[in-house]
Design a protein around this ligand. Structure first.
Ligand code: ADP
Ligand code: MG
Length: 618
């Protein structure tokens, strides 16, 4: 098992390796249950059958096939003078080779379900876990990188399972059997030279491969770097054009490509060193053993058939070793890839349900922010002592300059982040004490920036409630004032929206977002500048429907344009994370403070806009 351990083999060459070896063993151990999956008798049978077939084929291959060959040779080279064609022997030889090779294929066919089942389970577990991790984790990571981690990790599983079971393990067993046969038939030295040459081969391969690993690593990292850059650059297609930076992007991409090229060349050249050395070791061993066999034939004691037999054994042994360098390297790589993937599974999610988390029980859907303090990073406090309530069925608006912390309030209510101090409660229940699923089911969010799935408009609206009927989807679209637009499209609800919804305008996307939230039909609504990217005409239209749907629901409206919050039950003015004013529209105006100033400024702008429109129209 020294080779499989990988780390075990490596430890001999790298004194700093023992913890790495331990990690690798742990990674291999994580895979073992998948070979014998609980409750899957069918898969257990498959594992068992493929191992049995493997054993049978190996035995046939060591104890039977080579002897048929030897005996045929002996008959032909005839110590017996009358040379008869050894028909039976030759046919038996051919037939048993067919059996052995077919058995290998049958074995692979049987086992593939087991391997694929392992891959599916692990990939699914990782995917679920990624969704369970907090928003902060995802903002810090590159999504393209994450999907590659899963991709490589699952490939690693497949490789490891296949090669561990069907290449390395059986080769080692075969080595043992052949050495035993040689020792019994021809004596000690045949066994020693054979074993010695194979061990030298393995040792050389591992040493050189370990040395080469860094070039492969460099290749891989340059490869992911190039991919990440290319994806990011293409996602920012429009931005690249706005600044005429195609050349800049190409240069950045080419830097990674050049690094990849350099590493790839060194990797290929060192592979040749490996191959040359391997050939030398193998053939020296082969020549040595054959010299001894030739000597045995000349000096009696051995037949020509024996000479051929020895040769056959060695070739048979060396054959799977041909790929040893690749296999060893890939196994190590697989172990690393799998470790990275399993490490992801070990990342603790920052926002987790408490062990005794209960379902949120919504009675009135009243929201309470109780002396909330919050920061994304220690150095900078975003919300300072924010307190307010949204009584059942009421609408509270939060207004303030960009960067004041308005969206942060919505993220906290949705529990993408936990507060640093204070508490947020819904109907008296601290949102940290209830399950995230029930909390989020109770809140409908129309975010500031809507991102859509690369699918049809219909799919994106239905996302609000997957079991909604076509009629309900149409009704939601009508309420969000987008039904008419969708119908005007050639493909209607089947129109595809493009990656991230880029084929729709900001206003259209936002209306799709409103429609799907209406479909979700939650007791609490959260609009984060939900109408900010609509023109004032459409905004008025949607304001009407928003007002209708929020009439008897608890609603938190975050707005930049004050004209949209005039009717709120309470308006909260937020400035740099502090509530500086609060009250109804009229009260705030008469107070002549911050709100009044903002209002005056926006009225002026609106007036100017209206005059401009008039002038253009005239
Ligand atoms: N994930 C984040 N990590 C660190 N800082 C953030 C993060 N998200 C927002 N901020 C910062 O928090 C402040 C408030 O942001 P936000 O609540 O989005 O403001 P707005 O009132 O415009 O909605 C901003 O200064 C912003 O830069
Ligand atoms: Mg915002």
């Amino acid at each position: 098992m020294a080779i499989i351990g990988g780390g075990g083999g490596r430890a001999a060459f790298d004194p700093s390796a023992p913890t790495e070896a331990k990690n690798q063993l742990r990674t291999v151990a994580r895979l073992l249950p998948y070979l014998w999956p609980a409750g899957r008798t069918d898969l257990k049978l498959r594992t068992f059958a493929s191992m049995a077939i493997l054993a049978a084929a190996k035995i046939l291959n060591v104890f039977y096939v080579p002897f048929l060959y030897r005996d045929s040779v002996n008959q032909l080279s005839g110590v017996a003078q009358a040379v008869a064609v050894p028909v039976v022997l030759v046919l038996a030889y051919g037939a048993s080779r067919i059996v052995v090779l077919t058995a290998n294929e049958v074995r692979d066919g049987l086992f593939v379900s087991v391997a694929q089942n392992a891959i599916r389970s692990v990939a699914l577990e990782t995917f679920r876990h990624l969704h369970a991790l907090a928003l902060r984790f995802h903002l810090d990571r590159q999504t393209g990188g994450l999907s590659r981690v899963i991709d490589r990790g699952t490939k690693g599983i497949q490789f490891l399972l296949n090669f561990m079971l069907f290449n390395i393990l059986p080769t080692l067993v075969e080595l043992g059997m052949v050495v035993a046969v040689l020792a019994t038939l021809f004596g000690f030295w045949f066994a020693v030279i054979t074993l010695g040459s194979v061990l030298a081969y393995i040792g050389y391969t591992i040493a050189v491969t370990d040395w080469r690993v860094k070039f492969r690593r460099a290749m891989n990292s340059a490869d992911s770097e190039a991919t990440t850059k290319a994806v990011d650059s293409l996602l920012n297609y429009e931005t690249v054009k706005y600044f005429g930076n195609e050349e800049h992007e190409a240069r950045r991409f080419d830097e990674s490509l050049a690094r990849y090229q350099k590493a790839a060349v060194r990797s290929q050249v060192t592979l040749s060193y490996l191959n040359i050395g391997q050939t030398a070791v193998v053939n020296a061993g082969l020549a040595g053993v054959m010299l001894m066999a030739a000597d045995g034939v000349v000096n009696g004691g051995m037949t020509v058939g024996d000479f051929v037999l020895v040769n056959t054994y060695l070739i048979q042994l060396y054959q799977p070793l041909n790929f040893l360098g690749m296999v060893y390297r890939e196994i190590k790589q697989s172990l690393v890839d799998m470790e990275v993937m399993f490490d992801l599974l070990r990342v603790n999610t920052e926002i987790a349900d408490k062990a005794d988390a209960k379902a949120l029980i919504v009675t009135d859907a009243a929201i309470e922010f109780d002396h909330v303090w919050f920061h994304y990073n220690e150095e900078r406090t975003i919300l300072k002592d924010v307190s307010f309530t949204v009584p059942a069925g009421h609408t509270v608006a939060i207004v303030g300059a960009s960067g004041a912390g308005k969206s942060t309030i919505s993220r906290i209510l949705y529990r993408f982040y936990d507060v640093a101090r204070g508490a947020v409660r819904i109907d008296g229940q601290d949102i940290r004490d209830v399950t995230q699923t029930t909390l989020r089911a109770a809140i409908g969010v129309v975010p500031q920036d809507t991102v859509l799935f690369n699918d049809t408009i219909g799919y994106n609206i239905r996302y609000g409630r997957p079991d909604a009927t076509v009629a309900e989807i149409g009704e939601a679209a009508r309420l969000a004032s987008i039904d008419e637009f969708i119908r005007s499209l050639a493909d209607g609800y089947e129109t595809r929206v493009g990656e991230r919804g880029l084929k729709l305008s900001g206003g259209e996307k936002q209306r799709v977002a409103i429609a799907r939230t209406l479909l979700k039909d939650p007791p609490i609504l959260l609009f984060d500048e939900a109408t900010s990217s609509l023109d004032s005409h459409t905004e008025k239209e949607i304001q009407g429907s928003l007002r209708r749907v929020s009439a008897n629901r608890t609603t938190l409206v975050i707005a930049h344009r004050l004209s949209t919050v005039v009717e709120a039950d309470e308006i909260i003015v937020l400035d740099k994370g502090v509530i500086v004013e609060r009250g109804k529209h009229r009260d705030l105006l008469s107070r002549n403070g911050r709100y009044a100033a903002m209002w005056a400024k926006q009225q002026e702008a609106a007036l100017y806009e209206a005059r401009l429109a008039e002038a253009v129209g005239a």
